[in-house]
Every structure is written in structure tokens, then in C-alpha cells.
Write a protein that binds this ligand. Sequence first.
Ligand code: BDR
Ligand code: CA
Length: 316
Amino acid sequence: MKPVILDVDTGLDDACALLLAAQHPDLDLKAVTCVGGNVGLDEVVVNTLTVLEAAGREDVPVARGAALPLLQPVRSAPHVHGVDGLGDIDWPKSTRTPVGAHAVEVLRDNLREAARTGELITLIPLAPMTNIALLLRTYPEAAAGLREIVFMGGAAGIGNATASAEFNIWTDPEAAAIVLSTAGRLGVGVTMYGLDVFYDVPITLDQARSLGGSPSADLARRLIEKRSELYKADAASIGDGGAVCAVIDPSGLTTEPYPLHVELSGSWSRGRTIVDTRDWSGDLTSDPYGPPPPVVQVATAVDGPRYTNLWLNTVQ
Ligand code: BDR
Ligand code: CA
């Protein structure tokens, strides 16, 4: 089993990711850390506990993390996730509480243990990367416990929060820049599961309506129905869930290595991930005009039907 930790701002599609990560037999979900993003931190924590309960995984530690981005106010997304972050679908909410430790401490402890045992952890950030930046600034040695980082965020093409920027990176660009540069410096592999593939793992309403018979399957159906309604479509992508699919079944994802910058200024481009697709002629660190940027595996295509089946078969 592959040890993983999800960092989430649950969120309808974070919920799709949690249902998968909590139940797939190839993953060992060590913990889930929460950050403010799609909704405020309090709602994120309740939603995360609620989804894990539906998956029958009350044993997974859930930790509160940063409520706010490093430098700017949080800007939630009720138009995408509903006011409560779970689409206001009236699903009974968990009354459990998260663990007492802060998300950064939970990440640190798990990663230190992983470094000690050699069972390295794949970190899957599906939200603004505030917690991860705080971790790497506070306890950089914990990175020794990382196998790799596979994050949902960014775009080589068009953004969603703005024409330039994807929501997770736009919400905390400084955090993303810290994570990418630190990972690059420490030699931690990073995969960007960005908007270029985010919409390409659809579940049709017919497929969703075939789900049922367990709390997990019922919730999965409701999530897709709600997401389809919000997008005014007869199908909805599992969004963040695709990044978990990519960890379970990497051969369904096509990636290419590119230098990657996060735009930290700019009137219209703050938060953009600038994927440097120039011809590097085999030497990705040979920029004559600046220090070598981190090189990231950028997802350029996904086998949608394969990941659709993976998700349906697991959450059912
Ligand atoms: C990302 O932002 C959120 O709305 C989703 O949960 C996803 O992580 C997409 O831009
Ligand atoms: Ca998310």
C-alpha cells in the first residue's frame, strides 16, 4: 500500500478525492490536513470529517491547518461548492472533532516517521498550499519523508479564478512558490495535476445514478448530481479526485517535465503558473537569464474513461 496524506479545502471535488483515497485498497491514508479555501476552515474540517464518515474511515486523523493564506484574505467559492462547501445537499454533518495537533505538526510527525521507516509518503495537496509552505519553512527536514508531491492546482492554459490563474494557486501564490522552490531545491519530485486535465474525468448523471446502497455510494451520487447542477451539465468531473487517481494509477496520466514559475505580481496574472514550454534541448536548467526554476512534471493529458472507472468502482 502506498502511504498518502491529502491536504484539502473540502469542497465538492475534494469530497470526491477523499471518498477515493479513503477506500482504495492500494492507498494507506495516513491523515488528512485541512486549510481554508473553497469555504472557511471550520466548514472544511466538518466537511472532511463528514466525508470520511461516509467512507467508514473514522480512524483517519483529520487536522486543522491554516485558516488564511500567507499574505492575502481567503476568497471562498460558494458559486462552485455551495455555501457549506458540500453543495448544500443536506447531508447529515459530522459532530466529531479533529485531532488536537495542528496540520503542520501532523504532517511533520508523519513525515519524520516515514523518513525513519523508509515508507515514504506521497503528499497530495488539493487546495491552497498554505499548510505545505508552513511545513517546509518550519520543518524543512521533514521533506526527507516525502516520496513525491502530486498537487491539484495551476494551469498551462487558461485559468478559472481569473483568466490567468487557477483557484488554489491564486488563493495563496506565495505558498505555492515556496513549495515549488523548496521541493526543487531539496530534490522532491512534483507533479502538477492542473486545469489542463482537471475537467477530463467526467461522471455522467446516468453513471452517478447507478451508485447507491452504501453511505459512500449515496454521497458520491449526490456530489456528482450537485456538481452537474452547478455546472449546468449532464456530467461532472471528479476534479481533485483525478489527482488521487494519478497516484493510484500513474500510467493513466501523461506528463512532461517543464520549468514552472508562479507569478507573484502582475495586475491580471497574479497566481498564474507559468509553464515554460520553450525548447530546452534536453537541459531544463539552462536558463541564461536567471537561476534555474524548479522543474515539475506537468500533466498534459489524462485517460478519462480509465480514471472514471477507477473512481466509480472504488466509491460504489
Ligand atoms: C480547485 O479549486 C477548487 O474549487 C477545487 O476544489 C479544486 O481544488 C480547482 O481550481
Ligand atoms: Ca480543492
